[in-house]
Design a protein around this ligand. Sequence first.
Ligand SMILES: Cc1cc2nc3c(=O)[nH]c(=O)nc-3n(C[C@H](O)[C@H](O)[C@H](O)COP(=O)(O)O)c2cc1C
Length: 201
Amino acid sequence: MEKKTHILGFAGSLRRQSYNRAILAAAFEMVPDNATLGIFDLEGIPPFNQDLELEPPEKVRDFKARIRAADAILIATPEYNYSIPGVLKNAIDWASRPYGDNAFDGKPVGLMGASVGMLGTARAQYDLRRSFVFLNMFPLNQPEVMVPFAQDKVDGNGRLTDEKTRKKIRELLESLVAWTRRMKLSERVPATEELTAKSKG
Ligand SMILES: Cc1cc2nc3c(=O)[nH]c(=O)nc-3n(C[C@H](O)[C@H](O)[C@H](O)COP(=O)(O)O)c2cc1C
């Protein structure tokens, strides 16, 4: 049997009634049979201090270990002041350090976000995609999951009730798994003998 793709998800909001936690919870419910989704809570990660990067706090060590153990990453984020929320950027900064020990290196990543506004976190998502360049992550291009007017799509119990959005998240998960598998296949670097044989032949 093929090994399941293990995805690690986290939300860029600590709010208890967070719409982004709600869409991540919906993803958890809908994860395809060939994958698993573990959720990491960013609560408790202190502000980044480069003086501590060689001996990071336990929560950060745990976060980095969970990232390393995952085949792919899934981020659900709000947009704050047209960009990435500090809580999320801070966690990413910790996990990317010290230089040469970036836990995100080479990881496929899927993105989604919910906001109460009409652009559904578009600007935060594109800013994240810029950071993925330096982090050397491999973002899934599509589907883009931007959930505007989230207050109309999540009920009082934190359940995502909007069917169209649920379908989009299902598509995102399926595409992320397919993308991750594709990346894994291309990770198989040919042995030196294979390359020599090719150049001779
Ligand atoms: C500091 C702050 C800045 C915000 N800036 C934006 C913004 O730039 N664009 C937007 O669509 N919503 C913005 N909002 C509203 C968020 O979409 C809304 O608070 C949303 O519920 C946050 O996600 P959450 O429910 O997962 O916590 C902002 C909210 C806060 C608290």
